[in-house]
Design a protein around this ligand. Structure first.
Ligand SMILES: Nc1ncnc2c1ncn2[C@@H]1O[C@H](COP(=O)(O)OP(=O)(O)O)[C@@H](O)[C@H]1O
Ligand SMILES: [Mg+2]
Length: 149
């Protein structure tokens, strides 16, 4: 198996003194899916938010690029590298392409480079034919694809 991208060790999370996660270890590998199951309220969403850098754990160490670091040090990296896709996609009103292109505004790319990048992203996710559609009128699965792209 290829090397893990991130290895999380001993994740602990408490909400209002209730222990939600206790010593959870998790390794993320490139191009590998993980199925996370558990009862409602068992802490699945909390765990996903922690590994995406959106929720702060009480404790956790993370191995990244062969080094063991604390969550605080790794948080900016995981926020950049890991995308948390909520089951309910949050989209802006407007077309598919305007949603996908949104983040490009905050880059230093030229107009031409942004157009090229948008084209590639739409092709990558198979959304080229839906580019001019109003994003909020699409099915849930397609909306998730738009959010992910
Ligand atoms: N922001 C929060 N503040 C307080 N308690 C929370 C918060 N988020 C989740 N919880 C509690 O943590 C537990 C785990 O929630 P969650 O991770 O959403 O579970 P799951 O996704 O497995 O259904 C639940 O008891 C939930 O009520
Ligand atoms: Mg959940």
């Amino acid at each position: 198996m290829s090397e893990a991208l991130f290895v999380f060790h001993g994740i602990e999370k408490t909400f209002a003194e209730v222990e939600i996660l206790r010593k959870v270890d998790l390794s993320l590998y490139p191009a590998k899916c993980i199925l996370l199951t558990g009862k409602n309220g068992s802490g699945k969403t909390t765990l996903l938010k922690i590994i995406a850098g959106l929720e702060k754990p009480e404790k956790a160490e993370i191995e990244f690029s062969g080094k063991l670091r604390c969550w605080k040090k790794v948080m900016p990296i995981i926020r950049k590298e890991i995308i948390y896709l909520h089951q309910q996609a949050f989209l802006f009103s407007g077309t598919v392409e305007s949603n996908v292109a949104y983040g490009l505004r905050f880059t230093s790319l030229t107009r031409e480079q942004r157009r090229e990048s948008l084209k590639k992203a739409l092709e990558w996710s198979g959304l080229t034919d839906l580019a001019k559609h109003e994003a909020n009128t699409l099915t849930g699965g397609v909306q998730q694809r738009v959010a992910f792209t």
